[in-house]
Design a protein around this ligand. Structure first.
Ligand code: PMP
Length: 283
């Protein structure tokens, strides 16, 4: 079955879906994006992701090219047109096409691209059973990573370093030695019965998965601490996790040469995954 993408108001066959060479996303990373998971043809935590998209747009003074109410229609269309059962929706908005010049162009429409792809939930579940390994790297990002911008070179380099060391994710470390977050996920450790995650400041992206898991934990009376943690804390942890729209809740069994707990997926991992899956909103 052929794939289709939504590009500036039109549905295009995937292989001929193109953007202009002078799109500001391409030249300046001048834009923002969102990733929505799809489970059973339904969008996961749609409102959370859409509201964060509008916050990101607002923070960089970028106007939405379509009205807020139209997003759901186009995303659902893509789920249908691409026959997605389980999958991911990628949506990006840039400051449009203009002759290369740093300052904002005048009277230019912002560009929008939405794509959809299938993922296998079986792959997720089997990856979960083994857990993942993490490598720490320096957090080299700018000071507003709370905005979901296209400016992703530091996390790209971090993830590549992790992969070259046989790991699945990088945990980025700030100048004080604290873990900020993963290259494309939020970071968590469990010490005894306390779950710890970095507070949502300008130094991390406030994950929608993170927010949903926190809601789920409250319901299940699990103690949560929004507190910075470092490698010494990881040594004391019995379990660790990442969360993101693409990985949901994923256990971490090793960070650099530190074996987390017994170096195996722990029992809280299952509790958190199940609590999260029950708490998500499907639309
Ligand atoms: N932090 C960073 C840096 C990310 O790129 C992501 C994934 N986009 C997340 C956290 C997790 O956010 P979410 O749960 O909304 O996918």
């Amino acid at each position: 079955m052929s794939r289709e993408a939504f590009v500036n108001g039109q549905y295009k066959v995937f292989d001929s879906a193109m953007v202009h060479v002078e799109d500001r996303g391409y030249q300046f990373a001048d834009g923002v994006y969102e990733v929505f998971a799809v489970i059973n043809k339904k969008i996961v935590d749609y409102d959370g992701h859409l509201n964060r998209l509008f916050r990101s747009l607002n923070e960089i003074s970028l106007k939405s090219p379509i009205v807020k109410e139209s997003y759901l229609f186009h995303i659902r269309n893509l789920i249908h047109k691409n026959n997605i059962q389980d999958g991911l929706i990628y949506l990006q908005i840039t400051r449009g096409v203009a002759q290369r010049d740093f300052k904002f162009p005048k009277n230019v429409n912002s560009s929008i691209v939405i794509t959809a792809k299938s993922i296998s939930m079986e792959n997720y579940h089997s990856k979960f059973e083994n857990g993942i390994k993490v490598k720490t790297t320096m957090d080299l990002r700018w000071k507003r990573v709370d905005i979901k911008t296209l400016n992703l070179l530091p996390p790209v380099l971090a993830k590549q370093k992790a992969v070259e060391s046989g790991c699945d994710e990088a945990w980025m470390v700030d100048t004080d030695g604290y873990i900020t977050e993963g290259s494309s996920s939020n970071a968590w450790i469990l010490i005894k019965d306390k779950l710890i995650t970095t507070p949502a400041t300008n130094s991390i992206l406030k994950g929608i998965t993170r927010t949903s898991l926190i809601k789920a934990l409250k319901k299940n009376h699990i103690k949560l601490l929004a507190k910075r943690f470092n490698k010494n804390d990881i040594k004391k942890a019995n379990e660790a996790f990442i969360t993101s729209a693409t990985q949901f809740v994923m256990p971490v069994i090793k960070v650099d040469n530190i074996r987390v707990g017994k170096g195996k997926v722990g029992r809280y991992a299952h509790i958190f995954k199940n609590a999260y899956m029950e708490a998500i909103q499907l639309k």
